[in-house]
Design a binder for this molecule. Structure first.
Ligand SMILES: Nc1nc2c(ncn2[C@@H]2O[C@H](COP(=O)(O)OP(=O)(O)OP(=O)(O)O)[C@@H](O)[C@H]2O)c(=O)[nH]1
Ligand SMILES: [Mg+2]
Ligand SMILES: [Zn+2]
Length: 225
């Protein structure tokens, strides 16, 4: 019997994707545009936290937003209404993550001329979005309190590719027996020395601090131009 041919498609797709990501990142930087990719499980509070962050960061930057979902325009409408930021909704045609090609096409559709900061709200999914580099300059990863403080142990890559982590919905900690110190240790186990912000978009906790941290990061990258 002939040996069966094995084709490692996934690895090839990911490595090609990640090569293209570097060129997106460089082109945006040359243009003076910072791309922030936001990832987390479904419903962990991305749109809500982004609304609060955008309201603060609008004092410094002209902001565009790309909302990625499998279907609907709910998040784009929410962000556009709440912040007035230039916003588009990307539909992924059923895909549960964003590839570089989708990232490039949506940046073109948004039109980054005149923008300083583009925020990409990735598909709610704690697994494969982490495998696909979107060309972003930083990855903001959210871990919401109802998910539990053990999630960094179970979903390593998401926390490894994070540049900064926001623990969200801290106002409901008592209901979920959530341990902040354990969360911090579990995140550090995956990504030593990563900044972690404990936030509640409902009560405002940690939002100013996270916005200030993001501003410092964005200014750092854009000043290298
Ligand atoms: N208690 C509490 N609820 C929150 C907080 N932030 C968001 N929520 C609620 O969590 C739910 C989901 O929030 P979204 O902001 O839509 O979450 P998301 O991550 O954007 O969801 P997807 O885009 O569908 O993945 C909503 O009912 C929010 O009101 C918070 O700080 N505290
Ligand atoms: Mg959302
Ligand atoms: Zn996927």
């Amino acid at each position: 019997m002939q040996p069966v041919k094995i084709v490692e498609i996934k690895e090839d797709i990911v490595s090609r994707n990640n090569l293209e990501a570097d060129s997106i990142r460089q082109n945006l930087k040359n243009k003076g545009v910072f791309l922030l990719n936001v990832m987390s499980s479904p419903g962990s509070g991305k749109t809500t936290l982004l609304t609060a962050l955008i309201r603060q960061l609008q004092a410094y930057y002209r902001i565009g937003v790309i909302e990625a979902d499998i279907d609907s325009a709910v998040d784009a409408e929410t962000i556009a209404q709440a912040t007035g930021a230039k916003t588009i909704q990307m539909h992924t045609g059923g895909a549960c993550h964003i590839t570089c090609q989708m990232s490039r096409e949506s940046l073109e559709a948004l039109d980054t001329d005149g923008l300083d900061l583009v925020i990409l709200e990735n598909i709610g999914n704690l697994v494969c979005p982490a495998e696909f580099d979107t060309g972003a300059h930083a990855n903001l990863v959210l871990l919401s309190v109802p998910e539990g403080h053990d999630k960094p142990l179970k979903y390593p890559l998401m926390f490894e590719v994070a540049s900064v982590v926001a623990v969200t919905k801290t106002d409901v900690e008592p209901v979920f027996d959530f341990d902040e110190q354990a969360a911090k240790a579990n995140i550090a186990y995956r990504n030593k020395d990563i900044p972690v912000f404990f936030t509640s978009a409902k009560q405002g906790r940690g939002v100013d601090e996270l916005a200030a941290y993001l501003k410092e990061t964005i200014d750092g990258v854009l000043s290298q131009k």
